[in-house]
Structure formats: structure tokens, C-alpha cells
Design a protein around this ligand. Sequence first.
Ligand code: NAD
Ligand code: UGA
Length: 313
Amino acid sequence: MSGKALVTGAAGFIGSHLCERLVSDGWSVTGIDSFTDYYDPQRKRMHISGLAGSKSFSLVEEDLNSCDLAAHLEGVSCVFHLAAQAGVRRSWGAEFSHYIDSNILATQKLLEAMKDTGIPLVYSSSSSVYGDTRDLPMREDHVTSPVSPYGATKLSAEHLCELYRVNFGQRYVALRYFTVYGPRQRPDMAFSRFIKAALGGGEIEVYGDGKQTRDFTFVFDALEANVLASRYEGDWNIFNVGGGSRSSVLDVIEIIRRETGGDPPVRFMEKARGDVLDTWADTTKAAGELGFSPTTGLEEGLRREIEWYRDHS
Ligand code: NAD
Ligand code: UGA
């Protein structure tokens, strides 16, 4: 499938890669991004700069909550909704209003604009909807009980997709990504911070004892899941998108030391509120119904992220 795509969050870490992937697959892409200052907007401009001269890409610098979505939806055959206030640990306190605006209100506004168009939606959800469970690996039919305000907003948006399906026939696929990494990874995320310390001589801060585990997903595997989801013919579904590279934070630091040759000191801090202990994606459903199969393992993926940081620091 190709045609015209609308990508929200187009200048972000995953969104910018997705725009490039869709353009190279023959799609004509409109990307919307409001360049929030959650991290340096200049960095987002750099993410999207490679598409600047492309006839198949146009960038709309607007907030989903105030732009004319109906106009941007004209002629579109699939919407990939990635715009969000991401980040688990900063979602407490006064910051929460940004999470409500970008994750809940913006999704509701998008669904309102889409509800009678017949255009399918691919929504970027999150493993954080599951919360802290001992019942591993996480399956799509497990109880959802987020432990961070961020996770609560990502789950609310999934619920909104379902409400618009039941009431208005809005088709959607929700992709629950598990800790995505690779070139352009957000600067607040663990690998970015660790690599920066290893290359630049700083210190690594570990929240908790470092034995917490994540099912890390290389960004190109997350893109593949989006492409496969755009071809999904059913009315709706929810799929885990994991990389099959479950490791602890301490294991990751070891690989980064080895690959960079750096030996940054590690400081252990208090466990962060809202962080889950472990994630582990059961991707059987995505494999069976989408044909999803991640291809990049942790060591190779980390090498590619380190290489990107070397080129961009
Ligand atoms: P990101 O912050 O790099 O990208 C999000 C983009 O959305 C930003 O460029 C931001 O400017 C834009 N944006 C935010 N609010 C907006 C609004 N109201 N209107 C228009 N644009 C807006 O984050 P990312 O890591 O690329 O995450 C992309 C999506 O994937 C998010 O929905 C996130 O919740 C989800 N997700 C990410 C991960 C991960 O590990 N990175 C894991 C699970 C889920
Ligand atoms: C990531 C994304 O940032 C979220 O947007 C996403 O929704 C979530 O994955 C998901 O899977 O749904 P997180 O797993 O916290 O969240 O990703 P990282 O920031 O890479 O953190 C991984 C682990 O490293 C966490 O346990 C965190 O506490 C730890 N960490 C992070 C540190 O020990 N030190 C740091 O400096 C940063």
C-alpha cells in the first residue's frame, strides 16, 4: 500500500524515520509537528532536514490542537499518529498538563476529524499501558494498569480510539512499542544519556540498581510495524511491538563500554517514580497477524546508535 500519508510527530525520533521510510516506499507524506520544547527543537529540525528538498514530503509546523485537521486529511489514505509528549519520568506534577494536551486532547481532536472519512489510523501506543506486572511476557490481552501519568494518557488515547470505532466505525491499529532506540533517539532516554557520557567523559546515572529490564526495540523494526499496520485489513487491533532484545540496564552499560571504549563512572540513584521494573513483549500476535518480525539485535542496534552519536556530537 502507498498513497498519501499523514504523519503526526513527524520531526520526532521515530516520526522522522517513519517519514523517510514512507517516502522511500513511494508514499506522498504530509508531516505535522509543533516542535515542542520537550527537547531541543533544533535537533528535530535536523531530524527532518533530509526530506527538505523532497517533492513527496511537506511539513506543517502546527499544533494538532489548533490546526485545521480536515484540510490536512484531504486525499489521505492512512494516518500515522505519533505526536505525543513522550517520557515516563517527567510526567508528574505541573508537567502533566502537556501530557493531557498532546496525548489525550490532540488524539481526541484527530479522531473527531477522522471519524467520517473512512481513513484508517495507526496509533503509536506504548508498553507503559501495562504497568508493573510479574506476568511476563506481556500479552495484548493482559490487564492494563499504568504506573505513570504518561502511561495513563497513552492508555486513555487507546480507549478513545476504541470509542470512535464503536460509535463511528473508525478503523485503527494501536502499536504498543517497547523502549525504542537507535539513531536520533530522544536525548532524555537511557541509551542517549549513557552514550553521551561514554563518548564525552561524563557520568552515567542509573535509576535504581540497574537490574531492571527492558525489551529494547530498534527503531527500524518499529517502522516496519507501522508499514505492516497500514496494510491491516481488519477494523481494529492492538499489537505489541518489541525488539526481542530483553536486557538489563547494567548489561546495556557493559555493551556501551565495550563498543565505545569509554569507561564512565556509574552513579546509582533512587529508583524513578513511574518506572516499571521489567518489560518483555510477547509478539506472537503481531507475528501471526501482521507478519512482524524484528531483525536488529541489541549489539548491532547499539553500534548504529553509537555511530550516529559519534557523527552528531
Ligand atoms: P518525540 O518526542 O521524539 O516525538 C514526538 C513529536 O511529537 C515531537 O517532535 C513533538 O514536537 C511532536 N508533538 C508533540 N505534541 C504535539 C502536538 N500537540 N502537535 C503536533 N506535534 C506534537 O518522541 P518519540 O520517542 O519519537 O515517540 C513517538 C511516539 O511513540 C509517541 O507517541 C510516544 O508516546 C510513542 N512511544 C515511544 C517510545 C520510545 O521508546 N521512543 C516507546 C513507546 C511509545
Ligand atoms: C521508553 C520511552 O521513553 C517512552 O516514551 C515509552 O513509552 C516507553 O519506553 C515504552 O516502552 O512504552 P523507558 O523504558 O523508561 O521509556 O526508556 P529509557 O528512558 O530508555 O529508560 C530505560 C531504563 O533505563 C529505565 O528503567 C530508566 O529508569 C533507566 N534509566 C534511564 C537510567 O537508569 N538512567 C537514565 O539516565 C535514564
